[in-house]
Design a protein. Structure first.
Length: 136
């Protein structure tokens, strides 16, 4: 499939409680970064989020292909970063795994748990590792 230049990109369906933010502001309650394949893009996204969001805003980042500890090295405020993994996928699976780095604050862990509950998912706090821990 080819997209015309300036054509809108295809949109993925978001959970009903989520909104797509084009320009994050300092009033965002929680940010998601779910890039898995292109680590350079993931790093760029995390740095941008870390720059534009309030230092207390949690960033929930996919840790399927890179650990939270490694991602934390990319940003200036690593205490607000927490990893997430989902099986079989973020939108359809019943469980979201949450992985903290040694620097992740308790407030960030609590915010991630509250987020998973708000979107109707179960959560499990797991060790920081690439990939998924739980099995269906």
């Amino acid at each position: 499939m080819q997209l015309r230049e300036n054509a809108p990109s295809p949109r993925r369906r978001l959970p009903t409680q989520a909104t797509r933010v084009r320009k994050p502001t300092k009033t965002v309650d929680l940010a998601l970064e779910l890039t898995n394949i292109d680590l350079n893009a993931k790093k760029k996204n995390l740095i941008e989020l870390d720059t534009v969001l309030s230092p207390s805003t949690p960033i929930v980042s996919s840790s399927v292909t890179v650990t939270v500890a490694q991602q934390a090295r990319w940003i200036a405020n690593p205490k607000r970063l927490i990893g997430v993994g989902a099986f079989p996928s973020f939108l359809s699976g019943p469980l979201l795994e949450i992985a903290a780095s040694p620097l992740t604050t308790k407030a960030t862990i609590s915010a991630a748990k509250e987020f998973t509950k708000a979107i109707g998912k179960e959560n499990a706090l797991v060790q920081d590792a690439v990939g998924l821990v739980m099995r269906e």
